[in-house]
Write a protein that binds this ligand. Structure first.
Ligand code: PPS
Length: 572
């Protein structure tokens, strides 16, 4: 028979259709809470039994036990808090016994929570105990500090529905559905592979070896809920997994997606992953190097040791009831023309080859070759669509400088030259156009200027994401706001070039094309940048141009050369 779920029974919290209908009718009058992305993921795994034996969001006793000793109040091993965090304002409307409608972002009621208790957790202590650190480089620590609401609400869940998904629906098997499939196919021993990254040859070799060692079938079980910020998006990854699935012998391997919100909690998270996989019917879990690792702390030190997760899973092996298949790093051994775990290689006689994640990303970014021994061509090709080489990526040119410094003029010239060249759609967002079409209701207070620049940043990031060139030319007097725009654009898989048009104030004022400086000096305009309002000059722009002794042609050429030097243009 299949392995029983953790705690004995699969806690599928969904009501039957008839009950759901009547509960839903009552629920329209309940106070309601719009679930955050992370809460949606947690709710899905509570509702479908992936978090068995939990029957709802933790109450304070369970939470305290989990935080202090990884145990629920009844003694069951459980490593990570599953809590519903709400705002102070919402919490004050609630008391024990109340029923709350939990909604998805569209307002659909997914579940009813019956409040058991409310409390204000100590987030610092949670960080320290659960993640073993208070370092802000740990994403879960920063999440607790900056994103978690201050009050936790405990209570049982009755689920009306699972969160809706429209992507890869054929691959989103619930624990019950996956178990059913294992049953049907006669699979009894199943080794699960947890991943949040695209899979290359090393991963396939590793999982194949693990399945063979365990004499088990293999489940590729990637996380598609929330992973580490900056990871490859799950759409691209799942397309890669689908390619990889064909590499295994037929009928031996399955692929299913796990809607988990990872915490990057290393050892504790590995124990959690083991529990979840057991609920999904797996008997084994592969735990490799640095499992669910958050990376380095702000001093550049690893937050967890590379094999801490393996140690912790080993310590609790009996209680978990799922076996760990530990794995060392897989490396390519040139003499063997194949892969082997690093601890089985004699590096004095054999040549080991590996491409780190960082190096892989660099090669992708620069459009360099990825050798066949490392990656499958189909996977590399798939990733190249998501991460095209620079010459095919979008970018944003962000001109900043005083009024009359020449920003718009240069921006216009650059736009025309880019259009003349072709190959990328170009959009000009200069100060005047933006103030007419996007920000017509805004003035020149600090708050309004910030809002104006953020709007420009939002639009520029979208243009960049879609492979276009956005040319912005506002004054953008504040460094912090410009930095925010840079981050928005860079996280849109594209380039950001800040160009400081550094024409000195005296020269801008001497030209005074619009007559605004004269009016500002006369006190007819107040809060004028450079006169009685600040301009914080960029410290490290990609390019600085003073137009005092430089023609528009020359300035535009400098910009084009910079674009070229940064790799955003190719030989034609
Ligand atoms: S900001 O600060 O980035 O939001 O400004 P921006 O959207 O680029 O708008 C600047 C243009 O608005 C005119 N203008 C002023 N500029 C600065 N300060 C004050 N108080 C002000 N009032 C009106 C001015 O024409 C700017 O255009 P440019 O093209 O920069 O000369």
């Amino acid at each position: 028979d299949l392995i029983p779920p953790y705690g004995g029974t699969l806690k599928d919290l969904r009501l039957d259709a008839a009950t759901a209908e009547s509960v839903k009718a009552d629920a329209v009058d309940y106070p309601s809470w719009d679930l955050t992305d992370r809460q949606l993921c947690d709710l899905e795994l509570l509702a479908n039994g992936g978090f068995s034996p939990l029957e709802g969001f933790m109450d304070q006793r369970d939470y305290d036990g989990v935080v202090s000793d990884m145990r629920l109040a009844d003694g069951t091993l459980w490593p990570v808090p599953i809590t519903l965090d709400v705002s102070e304002a919402f919490a004050t409307t609630l008391q024990a016994g109340d029923r709350v409608a939990l909604r998805d972002p569209e307002g659909v009621i997914l579940a009813i929570l019956t409040v058991s208790d409310l409390w204000r957790p100590d987030h610092e202590r949670e960080a320290e105990r659960v993640y073993g650190t208070r370092d802000p480089a740990h994403p879960a620590v920063t999440w607790l500090r900056e994103q978690s609401h201050p009050v936790y609400v405990g209570g049982r869940i009755e689920a009306l529905d699972l969160p809706g998904h429209y992507d890869f629906t054929h691959l989103r098997l619930t624990p019950a559905a996956l178990r059913e499939r294992f049953q049907r196919n006669g699979w009894r021993r199943i080794v699960a592979f947890q991943t949040r990254n695209p899979m290359h040859r090393a991963h396939v070799e590793l999982t194949f070896l693990a399945a063979r060692q365990a004499e088990a079938n293999l489940l590729i079980h990637p996380v598609v809920g929330m992973t580490k910020p900056g990871d490859v998006d799950h759409y691209s990854r799942v397309r890669c997994y689908e390619h990889v699935l064909h590499k295994y012998p037929e009928q031996t391997t399955a692929l299913s997606l796990l809607p988990l919100a990872m915490r990057m909690g290393g050892p504790r998270e590995a124990v959690w992953h083991a529990i979840i996989r057991r609920n999904y019917g797996c008997t084994h879990l592969i735990v490799g190097r640095d499992h669910a690792g958050p990376g380095k702390d702000s001093q550049g030190e690893e937050i967890y040791g590379p094999y801490d997760a393996q140690d912790m899973v080993t310590r609790y092996a009996d209680e978990l009831g799922i076996q760990m298949v530990p794995f060392r790093m897989m490396v390519y051994v040139q003499e063997r023309a194949g892969y082997a775990p690093i601890d089985e290689v004699d590096e004095s006689t054999e040549t080991v080859m590996n491409i780190s994640g960082t190096e892989f990303r660099r090669r992708m970014r620069e459009g360099l070759e990825i050798p066949d021994w490392f990656g499958y061509p189909e996977v590399v090709e798939e990733l190249r669509k998501t991460f095209p080489p620079r010459a095919k990526q979008g970018f944003t040119l962000f001109f900043t400088g005083l009024s009359g410094s020449g920003k718009s003029t240069i921006a216009n010239a650059v736009m025309v030259k880019l259009m003349e060249r072709g190959g990328r759609p170009v959009t000009l967002l200069d100060g005047d156009r933006v103030r007419k079409h996007l920000s017509s209701e805004l003035g020149f207070s600090k708050a309004h200027r910030d809002l104006n620049i953020r709007r420009i940043g939002f639009v520029a990031a979208e243009i960049t994401r879609n492979g276009g060139a956005a040319i912005c030319a506002p004054i953008a007097p504040y460094s912090a706001t410009r930095q925010a725009v840079r981050e928005m654009v860079e996280s849109a898989n594209g380039g950001f070039l800040e160009i400081h048009v550094a024409t000195p104030l005296e020269e801008c004022e001497r030209r005074d094309r619009k007559g605004l400086y004269a009016r500002a000096r006369a006190g007819q305009i107040t809060g004028f940048t450079g006169i009685d309002d600040p301009y914080e000059a960029p410290e490290m722009p990609e390019l600085r141009i003073d137009t005092t002794d430089c023609s528009v042609e020359e300035a535009a050429q400098q910009v084009l050369l910079k674009i070229e030097a940064m790799g955003f243009m190719d030989l034609q």
